[in-house]
Design a protein around this ligand. Structure first.
Ligand code: SF4
Length: 132
């Protein structure tokens, strides 16, 4: 059998992707360290335009920085909170803060949801960041 390692095209519009199929996972088993509350992870972007020699990001996700829209990100947060009682969300992006404007837009989207009382974001959330 011959294996091919031809590069596959990058998905440029990440908003087209469905949310992860969490209904297939035992979500109540995912806790943060020894806390009792539910947690989940999210990835809101792919790729990194930087070329740090020690980093595998470009090899894994390409160097073309692609972003989910703030609305799409917060819609998934709302889904996690409402459907899985998630109280802690960890953003696992390589470069969550690379685009400051988008981070501010995500915060504004969260505030908008909160003011409409559709997102019970009274829980702590954690952002894992790479300080590069
Ligand atoms: S900025 Fe961070 S994610 Fe990007 S190449 Fe450097 S170490 Fe990797």
């Amino acid at each position: 059998m011959m294996l091919s390692h031809l590069p596959v095209p990058l998905i440029m519009d990440l908003d087209r992707l469905p949310f992860p199929a969490l209904h297939l996972l035992p979500m109540d088993d995912y806790k943060l360290l020894n806390m009792k509350t539910n947690m989940a992870t999210m990835i809101t972007s792919r790729g990194c335009p930087m070329q740090c020699s020690f980093c595998a990001s470009a090899a894994l996700h390409g160097s073309n920085f692609r972003l989910r829209s703030p609305k799409n990100v917060v819609d998934e947060m709302e889904h996690l909170v409402e459907d899985y009682d998630v109280e802690t969300i960890a953003f696992m992006d390589n470069t969550f803060t690379l685009n400051r404007k988008r981070v501010e837009e995500i915060c504004a989207e969260i505030k908008k949801k909160k003011s409409g009382d559709t997102l019970g974001m009274y829980s702590p959330w954690i952002i894992y960041l790479e300080i590069c």
